[in-house]
Design a protein. Sequence first.
Lengths: 241, 203
Amino acid sequence: MSDGSFFQRDRGRHPPAYSAGYKSSILRSPTRAPISMDNTLSEMTGPVFGHHQLGPLDSDLILNFAKPGEMPVGQRIIVHGRVLDGNGRGVPDALLEVWQANAGGRYRHARETYLAALDPNFGGCGRVMTGEDGSYAIRTIKPGAYPWPNGPNDWRPAHIHFSVFGSGFAQRLITQMYFEGDPMIALCPIVRTIPTQEAIDSLTALYDPQATVPMDARAYRFDIVLRGRRSTLFENRMEGN
Amino acid sequence: MQRLPYLKESPSQTAGPYVHIGCTPNFCGINGVYDEDPGARMVDERTQGARITLSGVVYDGMDAPMKDVMVEIWQADAAGIYPGNDPRGNADPHFTGWGRKAGDYATGEWVFETIKPGRVPFKDGRMMAPHITLWIVARGINTGLHTRIYFPDEDAVNAEDPVLMRLEHKSRIPTLIAEKTGPGAYRFDVRLHGERETIFFDI
């Protein structure tokens, strides 16, 4: 079918709704199978955002909350990569929203109770849109690990949350990026909701010396893949395909 | 053996309890970074169509309101065209089609000010009943949940909606239909887990 519908989601590669090791999922997981449905226009279309809607510091978490002339504490990093679709093509104009803890592992949030200090110069939110080839970059502080109330001694690995919009609402995705070499990844009950090591590895960003800015900021490479659209070789591609 | 060239979709991870920081920063007190939270306003004074207020609460398996939920809606304009990239043409320029709200910290309730959508065709050309797509994320939800909101004052067209018609367990259809609570006011409560569980779709 060449109808602009999306490739089916591989549920075996996503976390199941119920994951006993992640206690919050127990009462927040549907018990019945989701109903399969062909994509309609309601799923194939999606909100379109414009680069003009973003401010110049939106993608710079080092500066976008800092007081004038000040900066947050922590390791300066660049996170960059591409948003690709299942066909291997870059997704242009994809909106990425990110949020994270500060260098000490503390979130700026009313419900956060960890004793680590807030950083007066770090908000922890940012956003960026991809270019024509699907590429993006943000600048931030490497987040710290932090404890959370699940098991009696569970810690999250350092991570950055990503919310992603493609060209259709069926592509809507929220995920998390981890950092290469972090021993906390393999121990984390939320990471372990992901069924396969290969899929876990796909969320683990690699240190990228080529994109590192010498004497300034180290770089990590993080590519994100959204569902691809169906099309045939014999018809014009739907816009945004 | 050769390998197919397709890439695999990145796996989902929970939005967690601090989703507000990235998605609704002004709502959670992070002011001055974005002028306005994305998706906060869907209509302006010139938007065409019948204004509606759509509210609801997402409940967990113990019927407790989920106070850390974030929901998004996606819907057609009053003429049944999706804003943005609908291949059939341009939608009302005064309507965004997309809204995002965090649950209230105390009650879990979310409220959208929007318009009633027009009907949109199914793949085979039959018209679907007016509906709004609802996407739900929260701590404890590993992959965002998609469902649909239909309207209680559309019995005739709901009865011939191609998506509703093919549901095997008709007794569950009421979980997809909002309740009318006043003139232009609708309520759609979601139950994630248990006997009265809302229908979710694998789209």
